[in-house]
Design a protein around this ligand. Structure first.
Ligand code: SAM
Length: 242
């Protein structure tokens, strides 16, 4: 078992500017990560120490090729796709936190992209099935996950994730990292009935509302977490390709 993987700073230390930060080299990825967590996540209200710790540990610069991998903006990941700014990844992660914790929680991600979001979930202790429709992105993501030590907790599958992955259902949580016109019914069916959570951008191709669904038996409560802009979910239960 790989959790916990690193020794933790004292409680509550994540997301605070590192001591002597001004004297540290901002090009050092560890320094950039600590600043990202302090300035972009904690300062904007992400206060779960486990989530902050995961963002401080996962090496985002090994999932994206960009001069500013820890910047406060979305980044290209290839095949015309993007990864969201760290804050949006953190909000989505925070929102799907299972009531009984992350440890060995079975999770489904739709839209593997670079593999970064899946690595964050794995770092938190989840077991992740992640589906990507672009084979070249899936291949690169598998490599990133292997290089950073998360391959044993993340299974990357190539296909149309808008129908979910019934073979390993039910899932404690489902994260859809592409925007669709509505929440696909097959995904709701694959959520655990006792408090399973799904987060997905829902709306037009150009802009969506980040939506949290919680399932209790046949009841599903919906909450709007705010406006977002994601690349489209393309597939049988998403938008058409064009
Ligand atoms: N989570 C990713 C990361 O950490 O890098 C970023 C995901 S990016 C915003 C959205 C991804 O969803 C794209 O890679 C896109 O190819 C993928 N996608 C879109 N429709 C899909 C579908 N039906 N099934 C699987 N992946 C899909």
């Amino acid at each position: 078992m790989r959790w916990p993987r690193f020794s933790r700073p004292r409680d509550g230390a994540f997301g605070r500017a590192p001591e002597g930060a001004d004297a540290q080299d901002p090009r050092d990825p560890a320094v950039a990560r600590a600043r990202m967590v302090a300035d972009q996540l904690r300062a904007r209200g992400i206060d779960d120490d486990d989530v902050l710790a995961a963002f401080e540990r996962v090496e985002r610069h090994r999932f994206v090729t960009d001069d500013d991998p820890y910047g406060d903006h979305a980044l290209p990941v290839g095949s015309g796709q993007t990864i969201s700014q760290p804050y949006v990844v953190a909000v989505m992660t925070d929102a799907v936190r299972p009531d009984d914790g992350w440890h060995d929680a079975r999770m489904l991600e739709i839209g593997t992209g670079s593999g970064y979001q899946a690595a964050i979930l794995a770092e938190l202790g989840a077991r992740v099935v992640s589906i990507e429709r672009h084979e070249e992105l899936a291949t690169a993501a598998r490599q990133h996950l292997a290089d950073t030590g998360y391959a044993d907790r993340v299974e990357v599958i190539v296909g149309d994730g808008s129908a979910g992955w019934p073979a390993e259902a039910p899932y404690r949580a489902i994260l859809v990292t592409a925007g669709g016109p509505s929440i696909p019914e097959p995904l709701l069916d694959q959520l655990e009935p006792d408090g399973g959570r799904l987060v997905m951008p829902v709306g037009e191709r150009e802009h969506q509302a980040l939506t949290l669904v919680e399932r209790r038996g046949d009841e599903r409560s919906h909450r709007d977490l705010g406006p977002v802009v994601f690349v489209p979910l393309i597939g049988e239960h998403g938008h058409s390709a064009r």
